[in-house]
Design a protein around this ligand. Structure first.
Ligand SMILES: [Zn+2]
Length: 271
């Protein structure tokens, strides 16, 4: 499933190829995504230049003069750049075609993604207005986590994975950053000290930053071909390693279910 790093890298991979270009046509081969593709996209976009591409949480926001195209990759969505003569494959549902024959192509086998047209500030859209800060924003820090978590008994891992707290800490990244900051995932978040939460915020940034950096080596995968951009595999310290020895202390890593998600931790390194 595409996580925040894949979204950031997708943007870096596709935006330079289409920025400032005018849309010539929009081809919707399949509109039944998680929500129907906004009708009338062609009328909204044709003749309009792409002014900017940015990301908020896992949403890609493409700014045009009259509004934003808001794309979510869902479980299996991907975007790539092809030329107008590249035949569409089975799951290539939407093309945004530009006047120089560059095409931004959306592919999604499971169709859990979405492509919506938003007028007005997208940050106020129902899907975005509740989101917590971006992990790399200055307002995501130990003080913020401390203030938000006092009196809460929810497990620190579930808290971290809540989009309203911070965006981008998906299951893999939550497991890894809790290990790196030495915090046991099932601890009540309200009991975790300010100092440890500061470390947690820093490790979330480190882990996501590393994933983005590694993904940067795949940028050329976003252009051409019929392949789908590969999602990058990081070297993981705990996720997927339940029952194996901790890479730091050799203690056997424990795997439990926490909020239905696989949770792996080291009973010695994480307290
Ligand atoms: Zn350990």
């Amino acid at each position: 499933m595409p996580e925040l790093p894949e979204v950031v890298v997708t943007l870096r991979g596709v935006v330079p190829h289409i920025l400032g270009k005018d849309v010539q046509a929009v081809v919707v081969r399949e509109s039944r995504l998680r929500w129907p593709v906004s009708p009338g996209l062609s009328e909204q976009l044709c003749g309009m230049p792409l002014l900017e591409g940015r990301q908020r949480g896992k949403y890609l926001l493409f700014r045009f003069p009259q509004g934003h195209l808001m794309i979510h990759l869902g479980m299996s969505g991907s975007l790539r750049i092809v030329t107008a003569d590249t035949p569409a494959a089975k799951h290539d549902h939407v093309d945004i075609c530009f006047t120089d024959d560059t095409v931004l192509r959306y592919s999604d086998p499971r169709r859990f993604g979405s492509i919506l047209w938003v007028e007005g500030p997208p940050e106020q859209h129902a899907r975005l207005c509740q989101l917590g800060p971006e992990p790399f924003a200055p307002d995501f820090n130990g003080d913020y986590l401390y203030r938000l978590s006092r009196g809460r008994s929810v497990a620190v891992k579930a808290f971290l994975m809540d989009n309203r707290v911070v965006v981008g800490a998906g299951n893999i990244y939550a497991n890894e950053s809790l290990f790196l900051s030495g915090i046991r995932p099932m601890l009540a978040v309200g009991k975790v000290s300010r100092q440890r939460l500061e470390s947690l915020a820093e490790q979330v940034r480190q882990v996501l930053g590393k994933a983005i950096e590694q993904g940067g080596t795949t940028l050329r995968d976003f252009v051409g071909g019929d392949g789908k951009p590969g999602y990058f595999k990081q070297q993981l310290l705990v996720y997927g390693r339940g029952g194996l020895p901790c890479l730091r202390c050799q203690t056997v890593l424990r795997e439990i279910r926490l909020g239905q998600r696989s949770t792996v931790y080291c009973p010695r390194c994480q307290r």
